[in-house]
Design a protein around this ligand. Structure first.
Ligand code: CTP
Ligand code: CA
Length: 224
């Protein structure tokens, strides 16, 4: 019913969304991840679908139901997420990067479970940087030429406006959506700060589902 009353501002558009954390394996039974719940990204995928878009959702490991009518691809690592995005971004009009991608992964993931050897020695982990999915997409020719509209997200613990402004420019995206984290992780509520070239606009505190609808409406006005 809610979908029925939503204006179809994204009819005919293809939207690609990433959501949730990534999981970077240390060995077959252990890995590194983060506390992202995926709720904001899933809400955005749902809102985009209700607005009439065809929606592909690339999701890290989360236990959330797939929004009705959304095509979902499950991935674990940042590299798998990049591969899934690369496969689908070619047809997209909008890319919304809400995923909390792990910044680093273990340099070597063991084929077998790492065992204690009884000596009390601990394994020495070293890390390598993961690909930056958003920056990669935002620097693609379709994004640069304006055929693909890219939206970044940032959870910041302090100085939201300043960090979001810098991050928007560093990532090369026209719109960056900031929120105060990690307080909002796993919650059903949030408040968003939409930062673009002209300045910032706040979507005040509300349910993630409602904020997602407002954000989608805002993005729709930015498409040519
Ligand atoms: N992002 C991404 N791939 C990465 C890291 C981040 O696609 N490897 C995207 C996120 O989905 C988000 C945006 O980039 O849309 C900002 O992520 P964030 O973690 O806030 O920025 P970083 O550049 O990783 O900087 P830092 O974590 O140091 O603040
Ligand atoms: Ca990061």
């Amino acid at each position: 019913l809610e979908a029925f009353f939503t204006p179809k501002v994204l009819a005919g558009k293809q939207v690609l969304v990433t959501a949730g954390p990534t999981y970077e394996a240390i060995d077959p039974v252990r890995g590194i991840t983060n506390l992202s719940s995926g709720k904001m990204g899933f809400a955005i995928a749902r809102a985009a679908r209700m607005a009439g878009a065809r929606v592909t959702l690339v999701a890290g490991p989360v236990h959330l139901p797939t929004p009705r009518g959304v095509e979902r691809l499950n991935v674990q690592s940042a590299r798998q997420m990049l591969d899934a995005v690369a496969l689908h971004v070619g047809e997209a009009d909008v890319f919304i990067s809400t995923a909390a991608v792990a910044d680093w992964r273990p340099a070597n993931s063991a084929d077998q479970k790492i065992k204690k050897d009884g000596s009390g020695q601990t394994p020495q982990l070293s890390f390598v940087e993961n690909p930056d999915i958003l920056a990669t997409v935002a620097h693609s020719s379709r994004a640069v030429s304006g055929q693909l509209f890219c939206v970044g997200f940032a959870a910041e613990s302090h100085d939201l406006l300043a960090h979001a402004t810098t991050k928007r420019i560093r990532k090369g995206v026209p719109l960056l959506v900031g929120n105060i984290g990690p307080a909002t992780f796993g919650q059903d509520d949030n408040a968003l700060l939409l930062v673009d070239e002209a300045g910032a606009r706040e979507l005040p505190h509300g349910r993630k589902q409602d904020l997602a609808v407002q954000l989608i409406a805002d993005i729709a006005t930015r498409l040519i």
